[in-house]
Design a protein around this ligand. Sequence first.
Ligand code: CA
Ligand code: CA
Ligand code: CA
Ligand code: CA
Length: 199
Amino acid sequence: MKRSIVLACMVAVGVITVSANADVYTFQPDPANLDNLEHSKYYAWKIDFSLPSGETIDSASLFFDDIYNWNDDDNVLYVSLLDGNWLWDGLSTFSDDQGGGDNTFDFGGAVSLVKYENLPGGYDNRQDITYIFDSSEIGTLNTYVLYDDNFGIGFDPDCHFNNDGVTLTIATVPVPGAVLLGSIGVSFSGWLLRKRRML
Ligand SMILES: [Ca+2]
Ligand SMILES: [Ca+2]
Ligand SMILES: [Ca+2]
Ligand SMILES: [Ca+2]
């Protein structure tokens, strides 16, 4: 009975350690505003990232600072997650003549993150937008990073979006199973030590 209480305490401590141990990384493309996301272009942004040993990506978000369409026309902004394995380093730009739907699907492993439709036009209507990756997208991101230490974000503006910069934020935490096993291991060896002393 006592042993199970000790074990439960150790596990609880392990879980608290997970949230306290999150490491946060931020990335910006160069230029940070992707040349104001020109409508006749689409973009691939490759990010090199090595997961620290025993850690996993727990959350990710993409922030657009003061973004607005250049006029009041209908518009769409596609954003996707890319594998990254054969992308050029940094930011690459391609032409789509403002057509073709989401051209970021030309790149390997593209997974649609979000499609913004009809963002308001004009500087007075600028806004800060944060896209938060869902759990499935976090899983894909971990897979892409684990494979070869890189991934990418694709942007296809099918209009022209002025903005003050894009920032990607990633948080990593110790792999939950590893922490739990570690806690159980510490707890078990403590119990073994106590038992030996008693013998
Ligand atoms: Ca802002
Ligand atoms: Ca397009
Ligand atoms: Ca990759
Ligand atoms: Ca485009």
